[in-house]
Design a protein around this ligand. Sequence first.
Ligand code: ADP
Length: 569
Amino acid sequence: MFGWQVITILGFSISIFLFSFSLIKKHYLTTLQSNLINLAKTLNLKVIPLLEKKQFSELDLLVKNLDKDINTRITVVTNEGIVLADSKNNPKTMENHKNRPEIKKALQGNTGQSLRFSTTIKKEMLYVAIPIYQKGKITGALRVSLFVEHINLLLNDIKFKFLQVTFIIILISLLISLIFSRNISKPIKELSWASNEIAKGNFDVKVNIRNNDELKDFADSFNYMGQKIKTLFTDISQKKKELNSILSSIREGLIVIDKEDRIVLSNNSFKDIIKNDLIDGKFYWEILREPNFTNLIKKVKNNKVNTISEIELGNKIFLVSVTQMSQSEETILTLNDITEIKRTETIKKDFVANVSHELKTPLTSIKGFVETIEENIVDKNTIHYLDIIKRNIDRVINIVKDLLILSNLEKKETKLELQKINLSEILNDVLKIFEQKIKEKHLKLNFDIEQNIIINGDPFQIEQMFVNLIDNAIKYTEQGEITIAVKQTDSSVKIEIEDTGIGISKEHLPRIFERFYVIDKSRSRKLGGTGLGLSIVKHIVLLHNGSIDVKSPPKNGRKGTKFIINIPV
Ligand code: ADP
Protein backbone atom coordinates (compact mmCIF):
# COMPACT_ATOMS: atom_id res chain seq x y z
CA MET A 1 0.00 0.00 0.00
CA PHE A 2 2.78 2.41 1.03
CA GLY A 3 4.76 1.50 -2.09
CA TRP A 4 1.89 2.54 -4.34
CA GLN A 5 1.44 5.75 -2.41
CA VAL A 6 5.17 6.57 -2.80
CA ILE A 7 4.96 6.00 -6.54
CA THR A 8 1.81 8.16 -6.81
CA ILE A 9 3.23 11.01 -4.69
CA LEU A 10 6.55 11.03 -6.57
CA GLY A 11 4.78 10.87 -9.94
CA PHE A 12 2.44 13.74 -9.08
CA SER A 13 5.16 15.90 -7.50
CA ILE A 14 7.55 15.48 -10.43
CA SER A 15 4.81 16.24 -12.98
CA ILE A 16 3.66 19.32 -11.01
CA PHE A 17 7.27 20.45 -10.66
CA LEU A 18 8.02 20.11 -14.37
CA PHE A 19 4.76 21.70 -15.45
CA SER A 20 4.94 24.66 -13.05
CA PHE A 21 8.62 25.28 -13.73
CA SER A 22 8.08 25.42 -17.48
CA LEU A 23 5.13 27.81 -16.90
CA ILE A 24 7.21 30.04 -14.63
CA LYS A 25 10.08 30.00 -17.09
CA LYS A 26 7.77 30.99 -19.94
CA HIS A 27 6.18 33.72 -17.85
CA TYR A 28 9.59 35.00 -16.74
CA LEU A 29 10.92 35.20 -20.29
CA THR A 30 7.76 37.00 -21.50
CA THR A 31 8.07 39.56 -18.67
CA LEU A 32 11.77 39.96 -19.38
CA GLN A 33 11.06 40.56 -23.05
CA SER A 34 8.38 43.19 -22.36
CA ASN A 35 10.73 44.90 -19.88
CA LEU A 36 13.43 44.96 -22.54
CA ILE A 37 10.99 46.47 -25.04
CA ASN A 38 10.11 49.21 -22.52
CA LEU A 39 13.77 49.78 -21.83
CA ALA A 40 14.49 50.08 -25.56
CA LYS A 41 11.63 52.56 -26.00
CA THR A 42 13.00 54.73 -23.12
CA LEU A 43 16.53 54.56 -24.49
CA ASN A 44 15.23 55.56 -27.90
CA LEU A 45 14.40 58.98 -26.47
CA LYS A 46 18.04 59.49 -25.49
CA VAL A 47 19.50 58.03 -28.68
CA ILE A 48 17.44 59.95 -31.28
CA PRO A 49 18.82 63.49 -30.43
CA LEU A 50 22.42 62.24 -30.74
CA LEU A 51 21.58 60.55 -34.04
CA GLU A 52 20.00 63.68 -35.39
CA LYS A 53 23.19 65.59 -34.54
CA LYS A 54 25.25 62.75 -35.96
CA GLN A 55 27.30 62.59 -32.69
CA PHE A 56 28.13 58.90 -33.07
CA SER A 57 31.06 58.72 -30.66
CA GLU A 58 28.94 60.37 -27.91
CA LEU A 59 26.29 57.85 -28.70
CA ASP A 60 28.74 54.98 -28.28
CA LEU A 61 29.93 56.46 -25.00
CA LEU A 62 26.36 56.84 -23.80
CA VAL A 63 25.47 53.19 -24.43
CA LYS A 64 28.69 51.98 -22.77
CA ASN A 65 27.92 54.06 -19.67
CA LEU A 66 24.36 52.86 -19.54
CA ASP A 67 25.47 49.22 -19.82
CA LYS A 68 27.60 49.66 -16.74
CA ASP A 69 24.54 50.90 -14.81
CA ILE A 70 21.88 48.49 -16.01
CA ASN A 71 24.06 45.57 -17.07
CA THR A 72 22.34 45.30 -20.44
CA ARG A 73 24.03 45.29 -23.81
CA ILE A 74 22.82 48.12 -26.05
CA THR A 75 23.42 48.32 -29.82
CA VAL A 76 22.41 51.05 -32.31
CA VAL A 77 22.30 50.16 -36.03
CA THR A 78 21.53 52.25 -39.13
CA ASN A 79 18.81 51.18 -41.54
CA GLU A 80 21.62 49.68 -43.65
CA GLY A 81 22.80 47.48 -40.81
CA ILE A 82 25.94 49.48 -39.92
CA VAL A 83 26.60 49.38 -36.19
CA LEU A 84 26.84 52.95 -34.86
CA ALA A 85 27.23 52.12 -31.16
CA ASP A 86 27.59 49.01 -29.05
CA SER A 87 28.01 48.85 -25.30
CA LYS A 88 30.22 45.72 -25.37
CA ASN A 89 32.37 46.30 -28.47
CA ASN A 90 33.97 48.79 -30.76
CA PRO A 91 31.26 49.46 -33.41
CA LYS A 92 33.81 50.05 -36.11
CA THR A 93 35.13 46.50 -35.84
CA MET A 94 31.69 44.94 -35.86
CA GLU A 95 30.20 43.40 -39.00
CA ASN A 96 27.01 44.51 -40.67
CA HIS A 97 23.95 43.55 -38.56
CA LYS A 98 21.31 43.93 -41.28
CA ASN A 99 20.59 40.21 -41.37
CA ARG A 100 20.26 39.64 -37.65
CA PRO A 101 16.67 38.37 -37.33
CA GLU A 102 15.59 40.81 -34.58
CA ILE A 103 17.13 43.81 -36.47
CA LYS A 104 15.54 42.72 -39.76
CA LYS A 105 12.14 42.80 -38.10
CA ALA A 106 12.79 46.16 -36.37
CA LEU A 107 13.82 47.73 -39.69
CA GLN A 108 10.49 46.56 -41.10
CA GLY A 109 8.75 48.57 -38.34
CA ASN A 110 8.05 45.74 -35.90
CA THR A 111 9.48 44.64 -32.57
CA GLY A 112 12.06 41.96 -33.17
CA GLN A 113 12.92 39.28 -30.66
CA SER A 114 15.43 36.48 -30.78
CA LEU A 115 17.14 34.02 -28.48
CA ARG A 116 20.37 32.93 -30.13
CA PHE A 117 24.12 32.70 -30.07
CA SER A 118 25.97 35.99 -30.49
CA THR A 119 28.79 35.67 -33.01
CA THR A 120 30.29 38.94 -31.70
CA ILE A 121 30.37 38.01 -28.02
CA LYS A 122 30.33 34.23 -28.47
CA LYS A 123 27.64 33.72 -25.88
CA GLU A 124 23.92 32.93 -25.97
CA MET A 125 21.79 36.07 -25.70
CA LEU A 126 18.17 37.23 -25.61
CA TYR A 127 17.72 40.13 -28.09
CA VAL A 128 14.93 42.70 -28.40
CA ALA A 129 15.10 45.34 -31.18
CA ILE A 130 12.77 48.27 -32.00
CA PRO A 131 12.81 50.66 -34.98
CA ILE A 132 14.24 54.25 -34.65
CA TYR A 133 12.00 56.82 -36.34
CA GLN A 134 13.24 60.21 -37.49
CA LYS A 135 10.68 62.49 -39.08
CA GLY A 136 8.30 59.55 -39.54
CA LYS A 137 10.90 57.38 -41.30
CA ILE A 138 12.80 54.35 -40.03
CA THR A 139 16.43 55.37 -39.88
CA GLY A 140 17.76 52.53 -37.78
CA ALA A 141 17.21 50.09 -34.95
CA LEU A 142 17.91 50.05 -31.25
CA ARG A 143 18.70 46.68 -29.75
CA VAL A 144 18.94 45.71 -26.13
CA SER A 145 20.09 42.27 -25.07
CA LEU A 146 20.74 40.16 -22.03
CA PHE A 147 23.05 37.19 -21.50
CA VAL A 148 21.02 34.01 -21.39
CA GLU A 149 23.64 32.90 -18.91
CA HIS A 150 22.31 35.53 -16.50
CA ILE A 151 18.74 34.56 -17.15
CA ASN A 152 19.59 30.92 -16.59
CA LEU A 153 21.36 31.70 -13.35
CA LEU A 154 18.21 33.38 -12.15
CA LEU A 155 16.03 30.54 -13.41
CA ASN A 156 18.32 28.00 -11.76
CA ASP A 157 17.90 29.84 -8.53
CA ILE A 158 14.11 29.64 -8.91
CA LYS A 159 14.43 25.99 -9.93
CA PHE A 160 16.44 25.21 -6.82
CA LYS A 161 13.90 26.91 -4.54
CA PHE A 162 11.16 25.13 -6.34
CA LEU A 163 12.93 21.79 -5.89
CA GLN A 164 13.36 22.47 -2.19
CA VAL A 165 9.63 23.13 -1.80
CA THR A 166 8.78 20.02 -3.85
CA PHE A 167 11.13 17.93 -1.78
CA ILE A 168 9.58 19.15 1.48
CA ILE A 169 6.08 18.46 0.11
CA ILE A 170 7.16 14.93 -0.91
CA LEU A 171 8.66 14.31 2.51
CA ILE A 172 5.54 15.49 4.35
CA SER A 173 3.24 13.51 2.00
CA LEU A 174 5.30 10.37 2.44
CA LEU A 175 5.27 10.77 6.19
CA ILE A 176 1.49 11.22 6.22
CA SER A 177 1.00 8.28 3.90
CA LEU A 178 3.33 6.12 6.02
CA ILE A 179 1.29 6.85 9.15
CA PHE A 180 -1.96 6.33 7.21
CA SER A 181 -0.80 3.02 5.73
CA ARG A 182 0.40 1.81 9.12
CA ASN A 183 -2.97 2.68 10.62
CA ILE A 184 -4.80 0.69 7.96
CA SER A 185 -2.40 -2.19 7.50
CA LYS A 186 -1.93 -2.93 11.20
CA PRO A 187 -5.55 -3.93 11.82
CA ILE A 188 -5.70 -5.71 8.45
CA LYS A 189 -2.60 -7.71 9.40
CA GLU A 190 -4.21 -8.48 12.72
CA LEU A 191 -7.40 -9.63 10.98
CA SER A 192 -5.45 -11.76 8.55
CA TRP A 193 -3.53 -13.38 11.41
CA ALA A 194 -6.82 -14.05 13.24
CA SER A 195 -8.36 -15.60 10.09
CA ASN A 196 -5.35 -17.92 9.83
CA GLU A 197 -5.75 -18.93 13.45
CA ILE A 198 -9.46 -19.70 12.90
CA ALA A 199 -8.58 -21.70 9.80
CA LYS A 200 -6.17 -23.72 11.98
CA GLY A 201 -9.00 -24.42 14.40
CA ASN A 202 -8.18 -21.91 17.13
CA PHE A 203 -11.59 -20.28 17.56
CA ASP A 204 -10.66 -18.32 20.70
CA VAL A 205 -8.72 -15.58 18.90
CA LYS A 206 -10.01 -12.02 19.17
CA VAL A 207 -9.13 -8.94 17.16
CA ASN A 208 -8.76 -5.73 19.21
CA ILE A 209 -8.95 -2.54 17.20
CA ARG A 210 -8.91 0.72 19.12
CA ASN A 211 -9.89 3.04 16.25
CA ASN A 212 -13.55 3.76 16.06
CA ASP A 213 -13.99 3.40 12.33
CA GLU A 214 -15.25 0.94 9.71
CA LEU A 215 -12.41 -1.43 10.52
CA LYS A 216 -13.59 -1.57 14.11
CA ASP A 217 -17.07 -2.62 12.88
CA PHE A 218 -15.39 -5.19 10.68
CA ALA A 219 -13.31 -6.50 13.60
CA ASP A 220 -16.42 -6.70 15.81
CA SER A 221 -18.27 -8.70 13.14
CA PHE A 222 -15.19 -10.87 12.73
CA ASN A 223 -15.06 -11.61 16.47
CA TYR A 224 -18.79 -12.41 16.45
CA MET A 225 -18.27 -14.69 13.46
CA GLY A 226 -15.43 -16.47 15.28
CA GLN A 227 -17.66 -17.12 18.28
CA LYS A 228 -20.51 -18.32 16.06
CA ILE A 229 -18.19 -20.70 14.18
CA LYS A 230 -16.93 -22.02 17.51
CA THR A 231 -20.48 -22.76 18.69
CA LEU A 232 -21.42 -24.39 15.38
CA PHE A 233 -18.22 -26.38 15.32
CA THR A 234 -18.73 -27.67 18.84
CA ASP A 235 -22.28 -28.55 17.87
CA ILE A 236 -21.17 -30.39 14.75
CA SER A 237 -18.39 -32.21 16.62
CA GLN A 238 -20.89 -33.29 19.25
CA LYS A 239 -23.32 -34.49 16.58
CA LYS A 240 -20.51 -36.28 14.77
CA LYS A 241 -19.52 -38.06 17.96
CA GLU A 242 -23.12 -39.10 18.52
CA LEU A 243 -23.46 -40.28 14.94
CA ASN A 244 -20.22 -42.25 15.19
CA SER A 245 -21.29 -43.95 18.38
CA ILE A 246 -24.68 -44.80 16.83
CA LEU A 247 -22.97 -46.12 13.72
CA SER A 248 -20.53 -48.25 15.66
CA SER A 249 -23.28 -49.62 17.87
CA ILE A 250 -25.48 -50.90 15.06
CA ARG A 251 -25.01 -54.52 14.09
CA GLU A 252 -25.62 -53.99 10.39
CA GLY A 253 -22.66 -53.07 8.24
CA LEU A 254 -23.05 -49.54 6.87
CA ILE A 255 -21.17 -47.50 4.30
CA VAL A 256 -21.86 -44.23 2.53
CA ILE A 257 -20.36 -43.73 -0.91
CA ASP A 258 -20.15 -40.45 -2.80
CA LYS A 259 -21.00 -39.87 -6.44
CA GLU A 260 -17.44 -40.77 -7.47
CA ASP A 261 -17.89 -44.19 -5.78
CA ARG A 262 -15.54 -43.39 -2.89
CA ILE A 263 -16.35 -44.57 0.62
CA VAL A 264 -16.92 -41.46 2.75
CA LEU A 265 -18.28 -43.15 5.86
CA SER A 266 -18.26 -46.67 7.24
CA ASN A 267 -18.91 -48.38 10.55
CA ASN A 268 -17.00 -51.08 12.40
CA SER A 269 -19.52 -53.79 11.54
CA PHE A 270 -18.89 -53.22 7.83
CA LYS A 271 -15.13 -53.37 8.39
CA ASP A 272 -15.64 -56.65 10.28
CA ILE A 273 -17.75 -58.08 7.45
CA ILE A 274 -15.12 -57.41 4.80
CA LYS A 275 -12.22 -57.95 7.25
CA ASN A 276 -10.47 -54.75 6.22
CA ASP A 277 -9.96 -51.69 8.39
CA LEU A 278 -8.47 -49.28 5.86
CA ILE A 279 -11.38 -48.54 3.60
CA ASP A 280 -12.32 -44.88 4.06
CA GLY A 281 -11.57 -42.85 0.93
CA LYS A 282 -11.20 -45.94 -1.25
CA PHE A 283 -13.49 -46.93 -4.12
CA TYR A 284 -16.10 -49.46 -2.97
CA TRP A 285 -15.23 -51.78 -5.85
CA GLU A 286 -11.61 -51.83 -4.68
CA ILE A 287 -12.56 -53.45 -1.41
CA LEU A 288 -15.57 -55.52 -2.45
CA ARG A 289 -14.99 -57.36 -5.67
CA GLU A 290 -18.41 -58.99 -5.90
CA PRO A 291 -20.16 -58.45 -9.27
CA ASN A 292 -23.68 -58.75 -7.76
CA PHE A 293 -22.84 -56.05 -5.25
CA THR A 294 -21.39 -53.71 -7.91
CA ASN A 295 -24.35 -54.31 -10.24
CA LEU A 296 -26.82 -53.55 -7.46
CA ILE A 297 -25.16 -50.21 -6.62
CA LYS A 298 -24.91 -49.27 -10.31
CA LYS A 299 -28.60 -50.10 -10.79
CA VAL A 300 -29.66 -47.90 -7.87
CA LYS A 301 -27.40 -45.03 -8.96
CA ASN A 302 -28.67 -45.15 -12.55
CA ASN A 303 -32.37 -45.69 -11.87
CA LYS A 304 -32.49 -43.64 -8.65
CA VAL A 305 -34.77 -46.30 -7.13
CA ASN A 306 -33.90 -47.66 -3.69
CA THR A 307 -33.49 -51.43 -3.68
CA ILE A 308 -33.14 -54.32 -1.24
CA SER A 309 -31.52 -57.51 -2.39
CA GLU A 310 -29.95 -60.69 -1.03
CA ILE A 311 -26.27 -61.03 -1.87
CA GLU A 312 -23.78 -63.76 -1.02
CA LEU A 313 -20.40 -62.54 0.21
CA GLY A 314 -17.97 -65.33 0.97
CA ASN A 315 -20.00 -68.04 2.66
CA LYS A 316 -22.53 -65.63 4.13
CA ILE A 317 -25.79 -64.20 2.87
CA PHE A 318 -26.57 -60.52 3.38
CA LEU A 319 -29.70 -58.50 2.91
CA VAL A 320 -28.26 -55.43 1.21
CA SER A 321 -30.30 -52.26 1.20
CA VAL A 322 -29.16 -49.49 -1.15
CA THR A 323 -30.62 -46.01 -0.74
CA GLN A 324 -29.85 -43.07 -2.97
CA MET A 325 -29.86 -39.67 -1.26
CA SER A 326 -31.37 -37.24 -3.74
CA GLN A 327 -29.72 -34.03 -2.54
CA SER A 328 -26.16 -35.03 -1.76
CA GLU A 329 -25.98 -37.70 -4.49
CA GLU A 330 -24.53 -40.05 -1.90
CA THR A 331 -25.54 -43.69 -1.61
CA ILE A 332 -26.12 -45.45 1.69
CA LEU A 333 -25.67 -49.19 1.93
CA THR A 334 -26.59 -51.42 4.85
CA LEU A 335 -25.62 -55.07 5.03
CA ASN A 336 -27.63 -57.30 7.29
CA ASP A 337 -26.26 -60.77 7.90
CA ILE A 338 -29.20 -63.13 7.29
CA THR A 339 -27.17 -66.31 6.93
CA GLU A 340 -28.73 -67.87 10.07
CA ILE A 341 -32.26 -66.84 9.13
CA LYS A 342 -31.76 -68.23 5.65
CA ARG A 343 -30.34 -71.46 7.04
CA THR A 344 -33.33 -71.93 9.38
CA GLU A 345 -35.69 -71.08 6.53
CA THR A 346 -34.08 -73.70 4.33
CA ILE A 347 -34.25 -76.28 7.14
CA LYS A 348 -37.94 -75.51 7.60
CA LYS A 349 -38.65 -75.72 3.89
CA ASP A 350 -36.70 -78.97 3.58
CA PHE A 351 -38.54 -80.32 6.57
CA VAL A 352 -41.95 -79.45 5.11
CA ALA A 353 -40.95 -80.90 1.75
CA ASN A 354 -39.63 -84.11 3.32
CA VAL A 355 -42.62 -84.57 5.60
CA SER A 356 -45.04 -83.94 2.75
CA HIS A 357 -43.16 -86.36 0.57
CA GLU A 358 -43.09 -89.02 3.30
CA LEU A 359 -46.81 -88.56 4.07
CA LYS A 360 -48.02 -88.74 0.49
CA THR A 361 -47.62 -92.50 -0.04
CA PRO A 362 -49.01 -93.71 3.35
CA LEU A 363 -51.95 -91.35 3.00
CA THR A 364 -52.80 -92.63 -0.46
CA SER A 365 -52.60 -96.21 0.78
CA ILE A 366 -54.73 -95.38 3.88
CA LYS A 367 -57.30 -93.86 1.52
CA GLY A 368 -57.22 -97.01 -0.64
CA PHE A 369 -57.70 -99.28 2.36
CA VAL A 370 -60.57 -97.16 3.74
CA GLU A 371 -62.29 -97.41 0.34
CA THR A 372 -61.77 -101.20 0.35
CA ILE A 373 -63.16 -101.50 3.87
CA GLU A 374 -66.13 -99.27 2.91
CA GLU A 375 -67.06 -101.65 0.08
CA ASN A 376 -67.43 -104.57 2.54
CA ILE A 377 -69.36 -102.75 5.27
CA VAL A 378 -73.14 -102.52 5.41
CA ASP A 379 -73.57 -100.91 8.83
CA LYS A 380 -74.77 -97.34 8.15
CA ASN A 381 -73.01 -95.88 11.20
CA THR A 382 -69.68 -97.42 10.26
CA ILE A 383 -70.12 -96.13 6.65
CA HIS A 384 -70.76 -92.66 8.04
CA TYR A 385 -67.57 -92.77 10.13
CA LEU A 386 -65.60 -94.12 7.22
CA ASP A 387 -66.90 -91.19 5.11
CA ILE A 388 -65.62 -88.73 7.71
CA ILE A 389 -62.23 -90.52 7.71
CA LYS A 390 -62.17 -90.39 3.88
CA ARG A 391 -63.00 -86.65 3.79
CA ASN A 392 -60.26 -85.87 6.29
CA ILE A 393 -57.77 -88.07 4.45
CA ASP A 394 -58.68 -86.15 1.24
CA ARG A 395 -58.08 -82.89 3.06
CA VAL A 396 -54.69 -83.99 4.31
CA ILE A 397 -53.81 -85.34 0.84
CA ASN A 398 -54.79 -81.95 -0.65
CA ILE A 399 -52.62 -80.14 1.89
CA VAL A 400 -49.70 -82.45 1.23
CA LYS A 401 -50.13 -81.98 -2.53
CA ASP A 402 -50.22 -78.19 -2.20
CA LEU A 403 -47.25 -78.25 0.15
CA LEU A 404 -45.27 -80.28 -2.35
CA ILE A 405 -46.18 -77.87 -5.13
CA LEU A 406 -45.11 -74.95 -2.97
CA SER A 407 -41.82 -76.48 -1.93
CA ASN A 408 -41.06 -77.27 -5.55
CA LEU A 409 -41.76 -73.67 -6.52
CA GLU A 410 -39.65 -72.34 -3.66
CA LYS A 411 -36.67 -74.47 -4.48
CA LYS A 412 -33.83 -72.20 -5.52
CA GLU A 413 -32.88 -74.45 -8.35
CA THR A 414 -36.43 -74.44 -9.75
CA LYS A 415 -36.04 -73.62 -13.38
CA LEU A 416 -39.08 -72.72 -15.39
CA GLU A 417 -39.78 -74.81 -18.44
CA LEU A 418 -40.26 -71.72 -20.51
CA GLN A 419 -42.03 -72.04 -23.83
CA LYS A 420 -44.45 -70.05 -25.96
CA ILE A 421 -47.90 -70.77 -24.62
CA ASN A 422 -51.26 -69.78 -25.98
CA LEU A 423 -53.34 -68.52 -23.07
CA SER A 424 -56.75 -69.11 -24.70
CA GLU A 425 -55.86 -72.78 -25.31
CA ILE A 426 -54.75 -73.29 -21.69
CA LEU A 427 -57.84 -71.51 -20.35
CA ASN A 428 -60.16 -73.64 -22.50
CA ASP A 429 -58.58 -76.81 -21.07
CA VAL A 430 -58.85 -75.50 -17.48
CA LEU A 431 -62.47 -74.46 -17.92
CA LYS A 432 -63.35 -78.00 -18.99
CA ILE A 433 -62.38 -79.17 -15.48
CA PHE A 434 -64.82 -76.70 -13.92
CA GLU A 435 -67.69 -76.99 -16.46
CA GLN A 436 -69.65 -79.37 -14.21
CA LYS A 437 -69.22 -77.27 -11.04
CA ILE A 438 -70.24 -74.05 -12.84
CA LYS A 439 -73.38 -75.76 -14.15
CA GLU A 440 -74.24 -77.17 -10.70
CA LYS A 441 -74.04 -73.69 -9.12
CA HIS A 442 -75.92 -72.05 -12.04
CA LEU A 443 -73.15 -69.50 -12.48
CA LYS A 444 -72.74 -67.47 -15.66
CA LEU A 445 -69.28 -67.57 -17.22
CA ASN A 446 -68.04 -64.56 -19.21
CA PHE A 447 -65.02 -65.37 -21.26
CA ASP A 448 -63.32 -62.31 -22.80
CA ILE A 449 -60.02 -63.29 -24.38
CA GLU A 450 -58.37 -62.20 -27.58
CA GLN A 451 -57.30 -65.14 -29.67
CA ASN A 452 -53.65 -66.07 -29.85
CA ILE A 453 -52.29 -64.27 -26.85
CA ILE A 454 -48.89 -65.85 -26.41
CA ILE A 455 -46.64 -65.58 -23.39
CA ASN A 456 -43.30 -67.07 -22.47
CA GLY A 457 -44.11 -69.33 -19.57
CA ASP A 458 -44.19 -72.73 -17.94
CA PRO A 459 -47.47 -74.34 -19.16
CA PHE A 460 -47.96 -76.56 -16.07
CA GLN A 461 -47.50 -73.69 -13.68
CA ILE A 462 -49.70 -71.27 -15.63
CA GLU A 463 -52.38 -73.98 -15.71
CA GLN A 464 -52.00 -74.44 -11.92
CA MET A 465 -52.38 -70.67 -11.48
CA PHE A 466 -55.67 -70.60 -13.48
CA VAL A 467 -56.95 -73.73 -11.68
CA ASN A 468 -56.42 -72.19 -8.23
CA LEU A 469 -57.94 -68.80 -9.13
CA ILE A 470 -60.97 -70.18 -10.99
CA ASP A 471 -61.51 -72.83 -8.29
CA ASN A 472 -61.60 -70.04 -5.65
CA ALA A 473 -63.94 -67.91 -7.77
CA ILE A 474 -66.42 -70.83 -8.04
CA LYS A 475 -65.97 -71.87 -4.39
CA TYR A 476 -66.67 -68.43 -2.97
CA THR A 477 -69.50 -67.44 -5.35
CA GLU A 478 -73.01 -68.71 -4.68
CA GLN A 479 -74.77 -66.88 -7.48
CA GLY A 480 -73.99 -64.45 -10.26
CA GLU A 481 -71.14 -64.65 -12.70
CA ILE A 482 -67.48 -65.24 -13.18
CA THR A 483 -65.61 -63.14 -15.73
CA ILE A 484 -62.26 -64.10 -17.18
CA ALA A 485 -60.56 -61.42 -19.31
CA VAL A 486 -57.14 -61.54 -20.94
CA LYS A 487 -55.71 -58.49 -22.71
CA GLN A 488 -52.46 -57.78 -24.42
CA THR A 489 -50.82 -54.41 -23.61
CA ASP A 490 -47.52 -53.00 -24.94
CA SER A 491 -45.21 -54.75 -22.55
CA SER A 492 -47.36 -57.31 -20.74
CA VAL A 493 -50.40 -59.54 -20.71
CA LYS A 494 -53.12 -58.56 -18.26
CA ILE A 495 -55.27 -61.35 -16.82
CA GLU A 496 -58.37 -60.53 -14.77
CA ILE A 497 -60.48 -63.10 -12.92
CA GLU A 498 -63.52 -61.55 -11.35
CA ASP A 499 -66.46 -63.01 -9.45
CA THR A 500 -69.63 -61.73 -7.83
CA GLY A 501 -69.16 -63.82 -4.70
CA ILE A 502 -68.77 -63.13 -0.99
CA GLY A 503 -65.76 -60.84 -1.47
CA ILE A 504 -62.88 -60.32 0.92
CA SER A 505 -63.11 -57.67 3.61
CA LYS A 506 -60.46 -54.95 3.69
CA GLU A 507 -58.52 -56.13 6.73
CA HIS A 508 -57.86 -59.58 5.16
CA LEU A 509 -56.77 -58.31 1.74
CA PRO A 510 -53.07 -57.75 2.61
CA ARG A 511 -52.71 -61.28 4.07
CA ILE A 512 -54.55 -63.61 1.72
CA PHE A 513 -51.38 -64.56 -0.18
CA GLU A 514 -49.77 -65.86 3.02
CA ARG A 515 -49.47 -69.61 3.53
CA PHE A 516 -52.37 -71.23 5.36
CA TYR A 517 -54.16 -67.91 5.64
CA VAL A 518 -57.89 -68.53 5.44
CA ILE A 519 -60.59 -66.06 6.31
CA ASP A 520 -63.32 -68.39 7.42
CA LYS A 521 -61.72 -71.66 8.59
CA SER A 522 -64.85 -73.81 8.72
CA ARG A 523 -66.08 -72.62 5.33
CA SER A 524 -62.69 -73.20 3.76
CA ARG A 525 -62.50 -76.68 5.30
CA LYS A 526 -66.00 -77.51 4.10
CA LEU A 527 -65.07 -76.39 0.58
CA GLY A 528 -61.90 -78.47 0.64
CA GLY A 529 -59.55 -75.47 0.89
CA THR A 530 -56.04 -75.69 2.23
CA GLY A 531 -55.10 -72.00 2.61
CA LEU A 532 -52.21 -72.61 0.20
CA GLY A 533 -53.89 -71.93 -3.16
CA LEU A 534 -53.15 -68.20 -3.38
CA SER A 535 -49.58 -68.68 -2.06
CA ILE A 536 -48.98 -71.03 -4.95
CA VAL A 537 -50.51 -68.53 -7.41
CA LYS A 538 -48.31 -65.70 -6.12
CA HIS A 539 -45.20 -67.85 -6.37
CA ILE A 540 -45.96 -68.80 -9.95
CA VAL A 541 -46.61 -65.16 -10.92
CA LEU A 542 -43.34 -64.03 -9.32
CA LEU A 543 -41.38 -66.81 -11.00
CA HIS A 544 -42.69 -65.40 -14.29
CA ASN A 545 -41.50 -61.88 -13.21
CA GLY A 546 -45.12 -60.75 -13.03
CA SER A 547 -47.25 -59.06 -10.42
CA ILE A 548 -50.59 -59.90 -8.77
CA ASP A 549 -53.12 -57.63 -7.17
CA VAL A 550 -56.54 -58.18 -5.62
CA LYS A 551 -59.50 -55.82 -5.43
CA SER A 552 -62.61 -56.46 -3.37
CA PRO A 553 -65.13 -55.14 -4.25
CA PRO A 554 -63.80 -54.78 -7.81
CA LYS A 555 -64.72 -51.04 -8.09
CA ASN A 556 -67.47 -51.48 -10.67
CA GLY A 557 -70.34 -51.14 -8.26
CA ARG A 558 -70.62 -54.91 -7.96
CA LYS A 559 -69.88 -57.22 -5.04
CA GLY A 560 -67.18 -59.81 -5.30
CA THR A 561 -63.47 -60.15 -5.86
CA LYS A 562 -61.14 -59.40 -8.75
CA PHE A 563 -57.61 -60.78 -9.17
CA ILE A 564 -55.40 -58.88 -11.63
CA ILE A 565 -52.21 -60.45 -12.94
CA ASN A 566 -49.63 -58.83 -15.19
CA ILE A 567 -47.06 -61.00 -16.91
CA PRO A 568 -44.39 -59.35 -19.03
CA VAL A 569 -44.04 -60.56 -22.61
P1 ADP B 1 -58.21 -71.81 0.24
O1 ADP B 1 -57.65 -73.10 -0.15
O2 ADP B 1 -58.75 -71.77 1.61
O3 ADP B 1 -59.15 -71.29 -0.77
P2 ADP B 1 -56.46 -69.79 -0.74
O4 ADP B 1 -55.06 -69.53 -0.44
O5 ADP B 1 -56.82 -70.17 -2.12
O6 ADP B 1 -56.96 -70.86 0.30
O7 ADP B 1 -57.29 -68.53 -0.33
C1 ADP B 1 -57.06 -67.93 0.91
C2 ADP B 1 -58.34 -67.29 1.41
O8 ADP B 1 -58.71 -66.19 0.56
C3 ADP B 1 -59.51 -68.19 1.33
O9 ADP B 1 -59.67 -68.93 2.52
C4 ADP B 1 -60.70 -67.26 1.12
O10 ADP B 1 -61.20 -66.82 2.37
C5 ADP B 1 -60.11 -66.10 0.43
N1 ADP B 1 -60.43 -66.10 -1.01
C6 ADP B 1 -59.64 -66.56 -2.01
N2 ADP B 1 -60.24 -66.38 -3.20
C7 ADP B 1 -61.43 -65.80 -2.94
C8 ADP B 1 -62.52 -65.33 -3.75
N3 ADP B 1 -62.49 -65.45 -5.10
N4 ADP B 1 -63.59 -64.76 -3.15
C9 ADP B 1 -63.60 -64.63 -1.80
N5 ADP B 1 -62.62 -65.04 -0.98
C10 ADP B 1 -61.53 -65.60 -1.54
